[in-house]
Design a protein around this ligand. Structure first.
Ligand code: ADP
Ligand code: MG
Length: 234
């Protein structure tokens, strides 16, 4: 298990990168048992169609480029594609958008990712606090984190009870228990995500920061659809 993660991190450093590309970050998270969305990487519209057909579900297309950190800002994410034509056109559209946004961006390919059903979005992160070291963060996605800063923190490593506390102490916790006609979220699955992140960042001190944004919270289970891992300076 550990070898594969080391190889991914070593490769990033050897290419002069201080971060993992999304397919690499997805793989590292998967190795640590996190419930990541299934992905394939395509390098042509026809290959994207083939990936879509192999997946057998609606898909999301996303730009993979070391020069693009926030994919949506670059027009680099298209969700809800459910036929070959839409995938082919989506591929071309993303290429066009990205070339316009950043003409000199090095484009590795386009991620074909299983489309996750809509649900409450949560965020799990890790930042390296200069005093406390790796610190785990939890919050709800969108305005809850960005505007209201409604998040909880614990220093890693955390135990299962810490994970439940982190989830329960955010002010918007009621949204996860089924407020406003929503289905109550599977808190065990969210705690598992927090514990998986804690284990990952504790065992891999090359990781300077990590963002799972968003993670979809379901009545049963959770799905991580965006993974970002930044490495420490070598
Ligand atoms: P970025 O944060 O780099 O702009 P994301 O991968 O987070 O890109 O995608 C942007 C948004 O698209 C997400 O916040 C989420 O709402 C939606 N999204 C992304 N991937 C999926 C997916 N696999 N299934 C459903 N929705 C998704
Ligand atoms: Mg994101």
């Amino acid at each position: 298990m550990s070898d594969q993660v080391s190889q991914i991190i070593t490769k990033a450093y050897s290419e002069g990168r201080q971060f993992l590309l999304e397919p690499e970050a997805n793989e590292v998270c998967k190795i640590y048992g996190l419930p990541v969305a299934k992905i394939k990487v395509a390098t042509s519209p026809e290959m994207a169609v083939q990936c879509f057909e192999e997946m057998g579900t609606p898909v999301v297309l996303k730009i993979v480029s070391p020069d693009i950190l926030h994919k949506s800002d670059a027009g680099g994410v298209i969700v809800g594609l459910n036929n070959a034509n839409a995938v082919r056109e989506g591929y071309q559209k993303i290429m066009e958008n990205v070339r316009k946004y950043k003409p000199d961006a090095n484009i590795i390919g386009i991620l074909v990712q299983e489309m996750a059903p809509q649900s409450t979005e949560v965020i799990v992160g890790m930042t390296n606090d200069p005093t406390f070291g790796p610190t785990i963060m939890f919050g709800l996605g969108g305005i809850f984190v960005e505007v209201l800063k409604d998040v909880s923190f614990r220093i890693a490593p955390i135990k299962r009870e810490d994970a439940y506390e982190m989830i329960k102490e955010i002010k918007s916790f009621k949204i996860l228990t089924g407020a406003r006609g929503r289905e109550p979220a599977d808190l065990d699955a969210l705690a598992d995500v927090l514990l998986g992140v804690s284990k990952l960042v504790t065992e891999r001190n090359e990781i300077a920061s990590l963002d799972l944004n968003p993670v979809f919270a379901y009545a049963k289970g959770a799905k991580v659809v965006d993974t970002r891992i930044i490495l420490a300076k070598k």
